[in-house]
Design a protein around this ligand. Structure first.
Ligand code: TRP
Length: 328
């Protein structure tokens, strides 16, 4: 069975965009592949050297993954810093990759622009740590967004370089697994772009009914169409897109007809949308709350995930040591 690895940095809570963009696909993938889903807490130090409550943030994502239906009996879910074996592979890759290659990675150049006062070595070697995350389990497939392509290119290079230097055929080059056809782009609530791109445009899986309603009612709209069948401006299209995701086709058609006949009242539409978002989120939210209260179960799942990941990691590290010439 092919192995899949995916990581997420614990920068906040999961929102509907994360759910429809990735997490929903993870739930399907766990039946078809040997999946390892981990929380990249070490990676977050590249941008947040003094993270607040890093352990808690990691556990929040773990909780939300479980609440969304990732099953710890089918997939391995773990926190990166619970599996220190990755650091050894990170070290070897850093010996094999050249400074110039890392400096040319476009995501690095972006980060340099974003945080010119903290261009740390970890930022530069972010791609080799990510390569180590993936190749630690000798994964073939990595579900990532298009923005991760430069990092994936580097992961393939690490695999190739290692094989070339030591004259082996040990690592396979991991491929990006884009579920973009199946992934639904969830728009944000502030009129443009996708959910999560900017502060305050996201609905989180943990949001309660009142919060959802407040956020949806504040979503950007306009004065409404005056000419029948006019095209929809982006903020309006976004509301309709959101409705397509969470509401029934009848509901969507109803408001679409009202729009096309210039009879739409956005207040009514938003009320309906908030209600349907809440219907969708409520069961996930309940499981989040249940799990949050059950710290023993969470501890056990985190421990079990780490153990399984370490087992897989140790095998790789032991072979890597043997290949390079260290005793394993
Ligand atoms: N760089 C990824 C991101 O932003 C997170 C990540 C770290 C990752 N290690 C990984 C993703 C390994 C897939 C595989 O969002």
């Amino acid at each position: 069975m092919e192995t899949v690895v995916s990581g997420i940095r614990p920068t906040g809570y999961l929102h509907l965009g994360n759910y429809f963009g990735a997490v929903r696909s993870f739930v399907k993938m766990q039946d078809a592949y040997n999946c390892l889903f981990f929380i990249a807490d070490w990676h977050s130090l590249t941008t947040h050297p003094r993270p607040e409550q890093i352990r808690q943030s990691a556990r929040n994502i773990l909780t939300e993954y479980l609440a969304c239906g990732i099953d710890p009996e089918k997939a391995t879910i773990y926190i990166q810093s619970d599996v220190p074996e990755v650091l050894e592979l990170y070290l070897y890759f850093n010996m094999n990759i050249y400074l110039g290659e890392l400096e040319r990675v476009t995501t690095f150049k972006e980060k340099v622009r974003k945080q010119p006062d903290n261009v740390n070595a970890g930022l530069l070697t972010y791609p080799t740590l990510m390569a180590a995350d993936i190749l630690l389990h000798r994964a073939q497939k990595v579900p990532v967004g298009k923005d991760q392509e430069p990092n994936m290119e580097m992961a393939r290079r690490c695999a190739r370089r290692f094989n070339n230097i030591y004259g082996v055929d040990f690592f396979t080059e991991p491929e990006s697994y884009h579920f973009s056809e199946k992934a639904v782009k969830v728009p944000g609530l502030d009129g443009s772009g996708k959910m999560g791109k900017s502060e305050g445009n996201a609905i989180y899986l943990k949001d309660d009914e009142a919060t959802i309603r407040k956020k949806v009612m504040k979503a950007v709209t306009d004065a409404g169409p005056t000419v029948p069948d006019s095209p929809k401006p982006e903020p309006i299209q976004n509301l309709f897109d959101m409705m397509q995701i969470v509401s029934t086709p009848d509901t969507w058609n109803h408001f679409n007809d009202l729009y096309n006949t210039c009879n739409i009242r956005y207040g009514d539409m938003k009320k309906q949308l908030a209600q349907d978002i809440n219907i969708f989120c409520a069961p996930i939210r309940e499981r989040i709350l249940e799990l949050q209260a059950d710290t023993q179960t969470l501890d056990r799942i985190a421990r079990q995930g780490a153990e399984r990941a370490r087992e897989s990691a140790r095998q790789t590290i032991s072979e890597v040591r043997r290949i390079i010439g260290f005793r394993s």
